[in-house]
Ligand binder design. Structure first.
Ligand code: ADP
Ligand code: MG
Length: 423
């Protein structure tokens, strides 16, 4: 399958070639012709599979055939759950439409509304927006949707997770019924299905199975450690392996900030992004991380979702996520587009449940890789099979459910990882 066979115009074929894309990803190959046929689409594919180009390329092609937008009018609206994602999708739209006459802009909260109002006056082909700011702008009569032709909901699953359902339904009421609607999601839950039922008209369902292709190109390592020593372990790993661009996931904003302080104390350049930081600070931090001034970026799941720094060599789960799907999203930040990546998880005993649900989701079981000098002192609970295997607990020093014991039965696969730290 080549880009040339999808019905894209020459300008866009030129753009994808300039991007260095040699062939469409599976979601692009399926979605592009259907979007071009002006049908509604419900598309489900894992994070990192190229969904943005999957809707942007055909969307700008459809728009380029029409007239220029009139004052205040918007021809296509892309709604995203976070500011970072809005900014990123806007960059992609700008980039993919660079050989075409398409006006696009992003609007989101956390920055002054007046410049956005001023910029909207001329009208735009593609508006990328977060829900709250979009509603504000509409209420201030800065936007007119009468000529809206295309609505895209990007990361619809995340939108629901973040509680934007009412905003979305409110926005839907403001839009013309006769329009093309495209919904993109990494998961296809019951909630997504019912949202799709209410918003899409006879949609084509495109579901790219989670082949774990992202996951397969990522080397995953689990280090069992004491909860209280996680920062120390992370500092050790960063220094030992000379990691220079590592994305660290923290479950909480407070945890992220305190980790940043500890990293800085250890002489490592670090910063955080999460919802409590201003838009300006987040943009500056991301820029610093991209250009190498910040070696370690500590992020919460919500803030990190959609951060598109190409080919991150390494991500670290400082805490395991509550939702197993988030683990897949997190490690999807590394090893993209055919490069191999490394995902390191610091696992403490209290996270056994999370680890189990991750193992269930991705269909493999991990063996812990103990870092010399950082073996967990708490005993990580043995499962029942291990109980039998180890016989008398007291006689056998520290039986580990996931860990260092040489007696640990092999679950196949990555046992050679044991007692090795990642490069
Ligand atoms: P998603 O929205 O599915 O999470 P993105 O649209 O953010 O994924 O794309 C992920 C990465 O893949 C981006 O860095 C993008 O430049 C790259 N990419 C997209 N399409 C292709 C392609 N056809 N070939 C190679 N890389 C691609
Ligand atoms: Mg996306």
């Amino acid at each position: 399958m080549a880009f040339g066979s999808l019905g894209l115009c020459d300008e866009l074929l030129k753009t994808v070639a300039e991007q260095g894309y040699t062939k469409p990803s599976p979601i692009q190959a399926e979605a592009i012709p259907v979007v071009l046929s002006q049908r509604d689409v419900m598309a489900v594919a894992q994070t990192g599979t190229g969904k943005t180009a999957g809707f942007t390329l055909p969307m700008v092609q459809l728009l380029s055939g029409g007239s220029s937008p009139q004052a205040l009018h918007v021809h296509a609206l892309v709604i995203t759950p976070t500011r970072e994602l809005a900014a990123q999708v806007a960059d992609s739209v700008q980039n993919y439409s660079r050989h075409m006459n398409i006006r696009s802009m992003a609007v989101f909260g956390g920055v002054r509304i007046e410049p956005q109002i001023a910029q909207l006056k001329a009208g735009v082909d593609v508006l990328i927006a977060t829900p709250g700011r979009l509603i504000d702008l509409y209420n201030q009569q800065a936007i007119n949707f009468d000529q809206l032709e295309i609505l895209v909901l990007d990361e619809a699953d995340r939108m629901l997770d973040l509680g934007f359902i009412d905003d979305i339904l409110c926005i839907q009421k403001l839009l013309p019924n006769k329009r093309q609607t495209l919904m993109f999601s990494a998961t296809f839950s019951t909630e997504i299905k019912s949202l799709a039922n209410g918003m899409l008209n006879n949609p084509r369902l495109i579901e790219i199975p989670a082949t774990n292709s992202t996951v397969d190109s990522v080397k995953q390592i689990i280090h069992p450690v004491d909860k209280t020593r996680k920062s120390e372990v992370l500092i050790h790993l960063i220094k030992k392996n000379k990691w220079h661009q590592v994305l660290v996931f923290s479950r909480t904003k407070k945890g992220a900030d305190s980790l940043v302080l500890q990293l800085k104390d250890a002489g490592i350049s670090a910063d955080s992004i999460h919802a409590n930081r201003t838009q300006h600070a987040r943009t500056r931090t991301l820029e610093g991380f991209r250009n190498g001034n910040i070696a370690v970026l500590v992020a919460t799941d919500i803030a990190a979702r959609g951060i598109d720094v190409n080919q991150l060599p390494c991500v670290v789960n400082f805490d395991l996520p509550y939702l197993a799907e988030d683990y897949v999203h997190r490690i999807g930040r590394t090893g993209r587009a055919g490069t191999s990546g490394l995902a390191v998880s610091l696992f403490s005993e209290d996270e056994s449940k999370q680890l189990q649900s991750i193992e269930r989701l991705i269909g493999r079981q991990f063996e812990g890789d103990i870092i010399p000098g950082f073996a967990p002192s708490e005993r990580i609970k043995a499962d029942s099979t291990d109980d039998e295997e180890y016989g008398n607990f007291e006689a056998d020093p520290k039986p580990q459910r996931r860990g260092q014991s040489q007696k640990r039965r092999s679950r196949g696969g990555n046992s050679s990882n044991r007692n090795r730290t990642p490069r």
